[in-house]
Design a protein around this ligand. Structure first.
Ligand SMILES: Nc1ncnc2c1ncn2[C@@H]1O[C@H](COP(=O)(O)OP(=O)(O)O)[C@@H](O)[C@H]1O
Ligand SMILES: [Mg+2]
Length: 345
């Protein structure tokens, strides 16, 4: 092998790759490696260019034992830290020997892993509190409260509410996973959004009546037809109207309005925009970008009290993504909030 052959091999590798000779000088680097470190192409001692102890030690070991090694290399790219897993292979050539380093970017894998861990931790935490309450009440009912019918009645009521909470959480988790599973399958039914919203409003009328609230829907002249999944769209509007009623406080007016938009800036095309507006307390702008995250709630105590799981808007967002639509949130503190569903025509 000559340095020129080494270079052409390096250029053929679809990963950042560097070749370090037995004298620990860099003998070649491909363009991808130079993109990580502009000095990688210089014929310099390796330690001066990639100055991370873990990697340096791995190279020395690889050269000493003439066998493969693995290492981790962190690279800062502006505000981001990129993690590379580096594989080091010993290459014994006729004239030139050394170590071939290949860098694999594993940042996204790591992030996905972290998200999965957070998700499992959140779910366990959410399930644990109702479960702890139920177990506590069972114990009391088996012991001190065994013969007190009043206490029994009250405790069973609380247990039933807690079990209901777990049931809703599991239900929402299942819908979330179903939506994720369907994410790549395009919906294909023609849905009359007017009829759909009417039936969502009708289903929620009892909830509105409980608090003296009102849901006003002004129907458009022509029925908006949208290619959509009926059940999922029903879920979207049920979630949004329910939130408006729950967080809008007692005696809220929830208004639903459909707009026909020639060109939506976000979708870059014609769209139906459906606004669900409440005149509740409004949302602080700091929270808005995070509301669609799983388990994100502004006031978790209040959300739980209202029977919320913190998954509603995450489900809405996934469903709208599947429909190539968007969710927009506008809110003014003290005035109220508007959640807009944008669906391509
Ligand atoms: N119309 C609204 N007005 C004020 N806050 C809202 C409204 N809709 C949603 N939120 C906030 O967003 C959070 C997340 O909503 P969601 O995902 O539906 O979860 P949940 O209702 O189960 O708590 C809620 O906990 C609440 O804090
Ligand atoms: Mg909700």
């Amino acid at each position: 092998m000559t340095p020129a052959t080494i270079q052409s091999y390096l250029d053929a590798i679809p990963l950042p790759a560097v070749f370090v000779g037995i004298d620990q000088r860099i003998l070649g680097a491909n363009a991808r490696a130079v993109a990580i470190n502009p000095l990688a192409g210089d014929n310099q001692p390796f330690v001066l260019i990639f100055r991370q102890p873990g990697l340096i030690e791995a190279i020395e070991n690889c050269l000493d034992h003439q066998s493969a090694r693995k290492a981790v290399y962190y690279h800062t790219d502006g505000p981001h830290e990129v993690r590379f897993d580096v594989t080091l292979s010993y290459v014994a050539g006729e004239h030139l020997s050394g170590v071939l380093l290949c860098f694999t970017d594993v940042t996204e894998l790591e992030q996905a892993d972290q998200m999965r861990r957070d998700f499992v931790a959140n779910v366990s935490h959410e399930l644990r509190s109702p479960l702890t309450a139920i177990l506590g009440f069972i114990e009391t009912l088996q012991g001190p409260a065994r013969d007190d019918p009043n206490v029994r009645g009250r405790f069973l009521g609380i247990m039933s509410a807690e079990a209901g909470r777990m049931n809703r959480l599991v239900g929402d988790l299942l819908s979330l996973s179903k939506v994720e599973e369907d994410a790549r399958r395009r919906p294909k039914d023609e849905i009359d959004m007017d009829a759909l919203i009417r039936s969502a409003v009708r289903n929620l009328a009892p909830l509105a009546a409980e608090d003296g609230s009102n849901v006003l829907y002004d129907a458009p002249e022509t029925a908006p037809m949208v290619v959509a999944d009926h059940d999922q769209m029903m879920q979207v509007f049920t979630n949004l109207i329910e939130n408006a009623l729950k967080y809008g406080g007692p005696k809220t007016e929830v208004a639903i309005h459909i707009r026909d938009v020639d060109r939506d800036a976000g979708l870059r095309g014609p769209a139906w925009c459906i606004d669900v507006t409440d005149n509740g307390p409004g949302i602080d702008p700091a929270h808005i970008p995070r509301l669609t995250e799983r388990f994100y709630r502004i006031d978790s105590h209040r959300s739980r009290e209202m029977g919320g799981t913190g998954l509603g808007l995450a489900i809405v967002k996934h469903i709208l993504n599947r429909h190539r639509g968007r969710l927009r949130i506008d809110s003014t503190k003290g005035k109220g909030s508007t959640f807009t569903v944008v669906l391509p025509k």
